[in-house]
Design a protein. Sequence first.
Length: 153
Amino acid sequence: MKLMLSLNVPRCLHSALKDSRFPPVTRDELPRLFCSVSLLTNFEDVGDYLDWEVGVHGIRIEFFNEKGSKRTATYLPEVAKEQGWDHIQTIDSLLRKGGYKAPITNDFRKTIKLTRYRSEKMTMSYAEYIAHRQHHHYQNGTGHPLPPYNHYS
């Protein structure tokens, strides 16, 4: 599997500020925010949909839905553990997440192409982000720190 890096900043900003399912992030909340990024590594295609360990591996599944369309879905390693799911519950949840609406049978689960992976999660507070920007980013070589990124302006 080839590595796909994506910094989808517009999508992240939309989710934080304009997703109707959640109230928008306010300026007052910024000091209490944390941002986490997971670096995904060690991708392995496996033959058995049960060949992964809860809490250790993230999984990505590929399958064909009831209309014959190819679909995919993924969970990071921590998701199944945080939800208290076993292998079957995780797979079934991923199938639903990926848009599969038909009854889920053991025979259908066996048709899934599963890729397992690991991840390294890094977290930074808003205060750490501001300190990093002030220390490392200078505008036009003048030695003046850049102002904090302001998506409200």
